[in-house]
Design a protein around this ligand. Sequence first.
Ligand code: NAG
Ligand code: NAG
Ligand code: NAG
Ligand code: NAG
Ligand code: NAG
Ligand code: NAG
Ligand code: NAG
Length: 530
Amino acid sequence: MADPTVSTTTLAVVTFCIGCIVSTSAVFPEETTGPRHNQEPASTVDYTLEVRANKPIHVTNERFLSITVDVGTLNKNWGNFSFGSSKLKTLTSALSPAYLRLGGTAADYLVFKRHCDDEVTTGQVDLFSQRPLTFLCPEDWDGINNFCSDTGLKLIFGLNQLLRTDDGQWDPTNAKQLLDYNTYDDVAWELGNEPNSYLKKANVSISGQQIGRDFNVLRSILQSRPQYSGASLFGPDIGGITKRAKVKSMLAGFLSTTNATNATTFHSYYLNGRTATVDDFLNPETLDSLLPVKIRTVTSQVRKYHGKDAKVWLGESGSALGGGAPNISDRYVAGFLFLDKLGMCAKMGLDVMIRQSYYGGSYTMLDLVSLEPKPDYWSAYIYKYLVGPKVLQVKLDTISYDNDGGGPAQSETDKQYLRVYAHCTATGKSGYRAGAVTLIILNMNKVNWANITLLRKLSGRRVDQYLLTPREHMDMSSSQVNLNGHPFQLVNDTTLPQLEPLAIGRDDPILIPPLSYGFYVIKVKTKACM
Ligand SMILES: *[C@@H]1O[C@H](CO)[C@@H](O)[C@H](O)[C@H]1NC(C)=O
Ligand SMILES: *[C@@H]1O[C@H](CO)[C@@H](O)[C@H](O)[C@H]1NC(C)=O
Ligand SMILES: *[C@@H]1O[C@H](CO)[C@@H](O)[C@H](O)[C@H]1NC(C)=O
Ligand SMILES: *[C@@H]1O[C@H](CO)[C@@H](O)[C@H](O)[C@H]1NC(C)=O
Ligand SMILES: *[C@@H]1O[C@H](CO)[C@@H](O)[C@H](O)[C@H]1NC(C)=O
Ligand SMILES: *[C@@H]1O[C@H](CO)[C@@H](O)[C@H](O)[C@H]1NC(C)=O
Ligand SMILES: *[C@@H]1O[C@H](CO)[C@@H](O)[C@H](O)[C@H]1NC(C)=O
């Protein structure tokens, strides 16, 4: 305790606890109510961490973190997603640059109407007997496009692939009507949503090769119109990627038939919204068992058919499918899945990750009525400030003590519970100098603090902490967050909160409470980030 730097560490811990309420309704109350002597963590797992600082392992798209609104929202007349709302514009502008994808299951039941009172003219309504059609009117199109230009987002719109001719080809008639109507520059396109489920959804079976041919048709239509000659096209938005041969061969068929896309997209969800529990959200197996396998599967196929530089997107992804897990997917605990996914996708070489959903369902990032931000909105907000496109390799180790040291036994699984991703710090809005490194850190341990000692290039540097904790102490179901111990919320409809870091002393370790996550900026000049 003679070390003068210890006081700074203590300060960090004390500040975290200002305003802490030990709630009896906390999800894990029994593990957190014990006294903390001298404000020191009751028990820790100790780690060392270094990054490979000479060159990035990957560089993502500048719109890496992007958002989706399910086009089914049109059936609710956009709910309370009001394009004119200054609160919505304020919140959305803060996420720019990003794509806003309007897509989802309803995209394949959507018909554009040149005039809102027109009769449906597709002649294919029989295809859709199982689901109601969704109509897109000119005012919807103008509304969402003006909203995107006001907020600096780029629209991706999913065209209906289930409009088909009698001989089994995509029928582009309705798509052409929309292309004719559209006057906005820079709209990007998709065609179809989760074609692996067409049989189940619409009793039609379309092969991967045929989907590829449909994309070639769309690309040649775009290319034939000067307004769209450089347009971006993404697809096939395939879901169900596992080791299952059928879906893999559908993707292979698609990739071998078309080069019309600018990126290959797939979808992934961790859990089933109807059955998922808070504990599932806190289980590292949830993070490690499926997504990395899917990323590897898709990436290796894309490289095989389109070369090693071809881009892969996680084109739609939420915590739990079927609209999310009620009262879990929009709470503090969802941040573990969201931030880990962002970290993992970037580390594994993906170009863009589109979050389902910005507005809608139980995984909404904004309250469906008030548009008040949910915890994942705040994670995205901070991510946009602090996390740049260059990804760095992280080396994380647990410190093992010999018996004489008397320390706790530590196992490999400790590494699974502490999850760290490193990027070059975004320099634009944040004001940090080039060279700085941002760590995204998640401590999924339910009892132990993580005590991280930075090594080599990162050691002895100033570190800024941006720790997010639930508003009510340890309440994983909290709808609100604290930043470094203080409530983090909108100032008013036009003003977002300032990001106030907490400085950690040069030689102090990073101490992260159990069940919390945050961002740490290390003020260093790494070659990779200059
Ligand atoms: C939108 O807000 C109104 C109140 O302003 C509410 O009655 C309505 O249910 C909301 N719609 C949705 C989809 O949340
Ligand atoms: C599905 O389509 C097939 C023909 O392709 C038809 O025989 C069958 O009745 C359809 N099933 C349903 C549930 O509509
Ligand atoms: C997308 O692909 C089209 C057609 O190949 C091309 O003209 C356009 O430049 C590409 N867009 C980007 C951003 O690479
Ligand atoms: C797509 O591009 C790759 C790489 O340039 C090429 O090998 C392949 O033949 C192309 N496929 C098609 C269907 O054009
Ligand atoms: C979610 O929380 C709300 C409000 O607390 C409650 O009315 C609703 O029943 C909950 N839903 C589920 C599925 O637990
Ligand atoms: C953190 O780990 C370092 C290095 O092992 C150790 O010196 C320090 O005492 C630990 N701090 C706490 C609070 O456990
Ligand atoms: C919102 O807060 C900012 C900063 O405090 C202030 O300048 C602005 O006038 C406020 N706007 C409204 C509408 O209250």
